[in-house]
Design a protein around this ligand. Structure first.
Ligand SMILES: Nc1ncnc2c1ncn2[C@@H]1O[C@H](COP(=O)(O)OP(=O)(O)O)[C@@H](O)[C@H]1O
Ligand SMILES: CC(=O)N[C@@H](CCC(=O)OP(=O)(O)O)C(=O)O
Length: 252
């Protein structure tokens, strides 16, 4: 049976994908794996927000999104970042398709907490029947937005979206591709990270800002059945591997 690999690519990483990224995707496809890419775009959203004099505010890596910022977010994700990524994949002869919440009720969700975050959502449901048909033929590239049942678009942190999608697809692997080689502590990449250790590093402010939603997302996915989760800047290196409490105790 083919397995699904979900790869989240951060906004910074999209701009600097190495040749090894495309080679690894081609190899996974040859092995019969299905691939879904969830892309970010946070740096570009923040940059354009500044130019348009819209306030940029994040709470633990989650953008507080008012109506104007939501419009800008949709425009950046679906008008700039996604086409750029699709053309890079196509240039490497990989079969790709761009997807978003508006396609066949692909990603349905609800407000996270409107009073605190504004137009930010949580994923409830995914049209997995349709999506897995698509993924049997092409690499899916999807933006981190959900639609409510009433048709409202909501912004979702891309790490959180990737983990929630990976969970709902029962993915074998979740890779969070970013601009650092893994979770760093005292200047070194941690090859493995347990949930307990992550909590203490967050409390010590070693893990902070954009790394926080990644850590939470990775453990949420692992705890709900995704088999493996990594943070890396190179698909050919595992970077930091997340380990469940049980595996962590066995390794001690
Ligand atoms: N302990 C840590 N190890 C590595 N990176 C960290 C850590 N704590 C915070 N960070 C920051 O998290 C960033 C990655 O998150 P983010 O900028 O949101 O990336 P992306 O756009 O890929 O989602 C790193 O560039 C780094 O500045
Ligand atoms: C609600 C929320 O935080 N949405 C994110 C979606 C994009 C994203 O997460 O991009 P990166 O992965 O490049 O940071 C945002 O508006 O920045």
């Amino acid at each position: 049976m083919s397995q699904i690999i979900v790869i989240k690519i951060g906004g910074n990483a999209v701009a600097q994908l190495p040749a090894s990224f495309f080679q690894q995707l081609a190899q996974w496809r040859q092995q019969g794996q299905q691939i879904l890419i969830v892309h970010g775009g946070g740096p570009k959203i923040s940059q354009l927000s500044g130019q348009l004099h819209l306030a940029v505010k994040k709470i633990a890596g989650v953008r507080v999104t008012d109506a104007a910022t939501l419009e800008l977010t949709k425009a950046v994700l679906l008008g700039l970042v996604q086409p750029e990524l699709l053309s890079q994949l196509s240039a490497h002869d990989l079969p790709v398709i761009g997807l978003n919440a508006g396609c066949n009720h692909l990603l349905q969700g609800h407000y996270l907490d409107q009073a605190i975050y504004g137009e930010v959502g949580v994923l409830d449901q995914i049209n997995d029947t349709w999506l897995t048909q698509i993924l049997s033929r092409q690499i899916g590239v999807i933006a981190p937005l959900v639609q409510t049942t009433a048709g409202r678009w909501l912004n979702v942190n891309a790490d959180t979206a990737a983990a929630e999608i990976a969970t709902k697809l029962n993915a074998s692997k979740l890779v969070l591709l970013t601009d650092v080689p893994g979770v760093l502590s005292a200047g070194e990449v941690l090859p493995e990270l347990s949930q307990q250790k992550a909590h203490s590093l967050i409390a010590a402010d070693v893990i902070k800002s954009g790394m926080t939603p990644k850590i939470k997302a990775a453990f949420a996915a692992l705890n709900q059945g995704v088999q493996q989760a990594f943070i890396t800047n190179d698909l050919t290196h595992t970077g930091t591997t997340f380990i469940t409490q049980k595996a962590g105790l066995l390794n001690e």
